[in-house]
Design a binder for this molecule. Structure first.
Ligand SMILES: Nc1nc2c(ncn2[C@@H]2O[C@H](COP(=O)(O)OP(=O)(O)OP(=O)(O)O)[C@@H](O)[C@H]2O)c(=O)[nH]1
Ligand SMILES: [Mg+2]
Length: 352
C-alpha cells in the first residue's frame, strides 16, 4: 500500500517579493519574474509501504513506515518594488517631466537642479496587459558614484533595473555639451559598478523644441550611432517622440533578464545550519514516572515504523533499539523490571 501524497501549499506573492530567513535575514527566494513558481520547502519524505519490506522469507510484512515531517522555517517576505527602466542624467534635463508624461507618477518638476530628492516609480501602461515600471531618480553629477549629491544611494536603487534611459539636454541650455555630459554620466555609472555600466542603455535627447540649429545635434547623433547606441530625439514638453520609445522599450524588456543582486542561499544548507543539533537520543522521566526515550534518532528513525501488534514488527523494532545502544543506555539510566518505557508513542513494560 502507498500513502496519500500531501497537498502542496501555494502562496501567491507579488513580483519583487524576497523571501528571507527570519533570523539570519539570508535571501532564500527572489521572486522577480512574473508568473514564476518556486519551491520554498519540500514536504516530508513519504514512508515506504509494507510491500517495500517484502522478501523471500517475509511474504506478507506488516511493517510500514510513517512519512517524515517536512522541514519548517520562519521567513519574512519583503516586497521590493522593481523598476524595469531607470531614468539617468544630469539635473534639470527633464527626467521628472518625462516620468510624469508617460505614467501617473507625480514627480516634482522645477527649473533648478536637484528638484527630485527621492527616487519615484511610475507605471507605464501601453495597453491592456502591457506595462512596465520606470524609476525617476535625482540628477547625477560628477562624483555621484562616491556619494556626491547622495548619488551612490540612488545608483544602488537602480542596480536591479533592466535598462537605462539616459536623458540628455540636447538644447544644451546651460552651456552644456551633449557628448561630454553623456560620457561623464557613463563614467559615474562605470565607477559605481560594472553591472550598471553594462546595462542596456538608450539615449533620449530632450528639449528638441528649443533647438534652432541642428548641427550640434547631428554631431551628437552620429557620435552615438558610431558607438552603436540608439538615440531618440524628443520634446517631453510637447509630448513629441515619446510613444515610440515606450513601445520599443516594452519589446526590449521582454528579452532582458533581471540580474539577481544577491545570491540566493541554498535552502538545504541553511536548514542544516539553523538546526540545533540534538543528541541522538535522550532518556527522561515524565510526570507519571514512565521513562521516555526521545530525541532525533527516535523522531527520525524509530518513529517512522508503525508498530503492529504482531511479533514480527515488534522484534524488528527491538532489534533496532538494541543496535542504537538504547538498551544499554536505559540500564545506565536505572531502568527496573516492570518500569514503563515510552518510545515514539509506543509503551513497553521493561523486563531484562
Ligand atoms: N523646453 C523644454 N523644457 C523642458 C522639457 N522637459 C523638461 N523641461 C524643463 O526642464 C526643467 C527641469 O525639468 P525636470 O523634469 O525637473 O528635470 P529633472 O531632470 O527631473 O531634474 P532633477 O530632478 O533636478 O534632476 C523644468 O523647468 C522643465 O519644465 C522639454 O522637452 N522642453
Ligand atoms: Mg527630477
Amino acid at each position: 500500500m502507498y500513502g496519500k501524497k500531501g497537498e502542496d501549499l501555494i502562496i501567491k506573492v507579488p513580483v519583487g517579493t524576497q523571501v528571507r530567513d527570519f533570523t539570519t535575514g539570508k535571501l532564500i527566494l527572489d521572486m522577480s519574474v512574473n508568473g514564476e513558481q518556486r519551491v520554498l520547502l519540500k514536504g516530508g519524505k513519504g514512508g515506504y509501504g509494507n510491500v517495500h519490506f517484502k522478501n523471500s522469507v517475509r511474504k506478507a510484512p506488516k511493517i510500514a513506515e510513517k512519512g517524515g515531517e517536512g522541514a519548517e522555517i520562519k521567513v519574512k517576505l519583503e516586497l521590493k518594488l522593481l523598476a524595469d527602466v531607470a531614468l539617468v542624467g544630469y539635473p534639470s534635463v527633464g527626467k521628472s517631466s518625462f516620468i510624469n508624461k508617460v505614467s501617473a507618477a507625480n514627480s516634482k518638476v522645477g527649473n533648478y537642479h536637484f528638484t527630485t530628492l527621492e527616487p519615484k516609480l511610475g507605471v507605464v501602461r501601453l495597453e491592456e496587459g502591457k506595462s512596465f515600471v520606470i524609476a525617476d531618480i535625482p540628477g547625477l553629477i560628477e562624483g555621484a558614484h562616491e556619494g556626491v549629491g547622495l548619488g551612490d544611494k540612488f545608483l544602488r536603487h537602480i542596480e536591479r533595473c533592466k535598462m537605462i534611459y539616459h536623458i540628455v539636454d540636447a538644447a544644451e541650455i546651460e552651456g552644456r555639451d551633449c557628448i561630454e555630459d553623456f560620457e561623464k554620466i557613463n563614467e559615474e555609472l562605470r565607477k559605481f559598478s560594472e553591472k550598471l555600466a553594462n546595462k542596456k542603455q538608450i539615449v533620449i535627447a530632450n528639449k528638441m523644441d528649443l533647438i534652432w540649429d541642428m548641427e550640434k545635434f547631428e554631431k551628437f547623433k552620429s557620435y552615438l550611432t558610431e558607438k552603436g547606441i540608439e538615440i531618440y530625439p524628443v520634446s517631453v514638453l510637447l509630448n513629441e517622440g515619446l510613444k515610440e520609445i515606450l513601445y520599443k522599450t516594452y519589446d526590449m524588456l521582454s528579452k532582458i533578464e533581471r540580474e539577481p543582486l544577491e545570491e540566493e542561499a541554498d535552502i538545504t544548507k541553511l536548514l542544516k545550519e539553523l538546526k540545533i543539533e540534538k543528541d541522538d537520543f535522550e532518556i527522561t522521566r515524565d510526570e507519571e514516572d514512565a521513562i521516555v526515550v526521545g530525541g532525533r534518532i527516535v523522531d527520525d528513525v524509530l518513529a517512522k515504523y508503525v508498530i503492529g501488534m504482531d511479533d514480527e514488527s515488534l522484534i524488528t523494532f527491538l532489534h533496532m533499539m538494541r543496535n542504537l545502544g538504547m538498551e544499554e543506555a536505559l540500564q545506565e539510566f536505572g531502568v527496573q523490571d516492570g518500569d514503563t518505557v515510552k518510545i515514539a508513542d509506543v509503551e513497553f513494560e521493561y523486563f531484562e
